[in-house]
Ligand binder design. Structure first.
Ligand code: 5AD
Ligand code: SF4
Length: 468
């Protein structure tokens, strides 16, 4: 079967990068143009922002966290829950004053929210000072769109799903020097009934096997100590490729690359989480002993209504296989509380599942209706106040589980990657292979290095230790 998608290399054959650099050299308020890029939502957005920063760097930009100082302000937005959307609208509103003080500033919005028509209509009507809007499918066109926005004076809106092409070679400026994101696929085909992502990011398409492996190799050569492979559903990697490859094959190919590094991935979908994948993790040299496997709900009826394509039993089956094969495995998950029609009894099935699995930590969300998804049309009789109560019950249960799990690690010596300093003098923060935070006293020179730490104390879900 031929590839269902076209693979193209990023080009800037019309020199929009150079042209933008020339315009911005004159227009900037300081010696060099400054950009303030604010990223909301998931790691995929973080990875997209790193590409935008890569292109901006080539236009001569430096970066600032202070919007007031910037010549270009861009919000990379998230549409997954209403709360994230509200924050973006609020924060864009606040930019109006900055635009008044500095009329030359260019204000832009991109990301998942821009792929929703009701959002772009509202922006167009209510926020005339936003001059650049583009969706998740237009990253490769950013230099042209930016150039048009700064030279033509009008508003540039470029949205709409083009999910037929994978662009390689877009310049990237990674935020971290030792931890890096590596997208392996884009989009999602699952259409979970609550989720907006398939509409904002389009159909699933995998990057070519060699392109991903080569990028991983180059990151390892550059000294990256932690690489996280990214996709909405990494377990279905390779399904649309001409040359068939599974995600497990991709992991083991990268794992063969020599070096001192840890390999992570997210997000996995239980329906595609194979025993082959678990075996690959168990037999690997570099893959973390952490599995983030979102189950969303412990009730089979709710899972069906969510269109998740697995049952509680199948989920627990793969978990028990994984626990058996990977000693010290750390499990995390995403959970939605208050899906339309969920009853308290069904919610209790979620509680019983987390007690059974004993997750290290959880990402928990109250259901948020998303316009255009099937669930948004379902009857939702449970009040927000009631859902909040369930939510608190879930948090309390998980706190007890996490505390117990962490306490059981006291006395162990674990290998960690040191991530940085804490705000306490001389105390570093680090993460285990299982993605558990460990704080310990040590010198700044350890940041970005692996270290062995003996766990001395557990505080809820954070561990404290001392260099071994
Ligand atoms: N409401 C609440 N949570 C949601 N998620 C996705 N869509 C919604 C929604 N409409 C959660 C899921 C997913 C995580 C990234 O966000 O748990 O796994
Ligand atoms: Fe959304 Fe489901 Fe796809 Fe995850 S797998 S991005 S929850 S549709």
């Amino acid at each position: 079967m031929a590839n269902q998608f076209e693979y193209k290399n990023f080009t800037d054959d019309k020199n929009y990068i150079k042209l933008s650099a020339e315009v911005m050299a004159v227009r900037a308020r300081g010696d060099r143009p400054l950009a303030c890029i604010r990223t909301y939502g998931c790691q995929q957005n973080v990875a997209d922002s790193e590409k935008i920063k890569g292109m901006l760097s080539r236009m001569g930009f430096d970066f600032t966290d202070t919007a007031e100082d910037a010549d270009f302000i861009l919000f990379n937005t998230c549409a997954v829950r209403e709360h994230a959307e509200d924050r973006v609208f609020g924060n864009v509103g606040a930019l109006k004053n900055i635009k008044r003080r500095h009329p030359s500033v260019v204000i832009g919005l991109c990301g998942c929210m821009m792929e929703q028509k009701h959002v772009t209509e509202r922006l167009y009507k209510s926020f005339p000072f936003v001059s650049l809007v583009f969706g998740t499918h237009s990253l490769h066109k950013f230099p042209e769109l930016f150039y048009n926005a700064v030279t033509f004076g009008g508003r540039v809106y470029e949205t709409g799903v083009d999910d037929k092409t994978v662009y390689e070679g877009i310049p990237t400026r990674r935020d971290g020097t030792f931890k890096g994101w590596l997208p392996i696929m884009y989009g999602c085909n699952n259409f979970c009934t609550y989720c907006i992502v398939p509409y904002t990011r389009g159909r699933e398409r995998s990057r070519k096997f060699e392109d991903v492996v080569n990028e991983a190799r180059s990151m390892i050569e550059q000294g990256y100590k932690e690489i996280t492979l990214l996709g909405q559903n990494v377990n279905s990697y390779g399904k649309n490729l001409e040359e068939k490859h599974t995600f497990a094959e991709l992991l083991s190919e990268i794992d063969k690359i020599d070096g001192d590094y840890i390999l992570r991935f997210m997000t996995s979908h239980p329906k595609d989480c194979s025993r082959e994948l678990i075996d690959t993790i168990a037999n690997s040299r570099h893959i973390s002993t952490h599995l983030h496997l979102p189950f969303q709900s412990g009730s089979d009826r709710v899972l069906k209504a969510m269109n998740r394509s697995y049952t509680r039993e199948k989920y627990l089956d793969i978990i028990s296989y994984a626990k058996e094969k990977i000693p010290g495995l750390s499990l995390t998950s995403d959970i939605i509380v208050g899906f339309p029609g969920e009853t308290y009894e069904e919610f209790l099935e979620t509680i019983s599942l987390i007690k059974e699995v004993e997750f290290t930590s959880l990402f928990t969300f109250i259901y948020s209706p998303r316009e255009g998804t099937p669930a948004a049309k379902m009857d939702d009789p449970i009040s927000a106040a009631e859902k909040s109560k369930w939510f608190s019950e879930l948090l309390k249960t998980q706190e007890e589980i996490a505390a117990k799990r962490c306490a059981s690690m006291v006395g162990q010596t674990v290998r960690v990657l040191v991530e940085g300093k804490t705000d306490k003098d001389g105390i570093l923060t680090s993460r285990t292979s299982g993605n558990i935070i460990v704080d310990f006293p040590g010198s700044d020179t350890l940041v970005g290095q692996f270290a062995n730490v003996r766990i001395t104390q557990a505080r809820n879900w954070i561990l404290k230790g001392a260099l071994a």
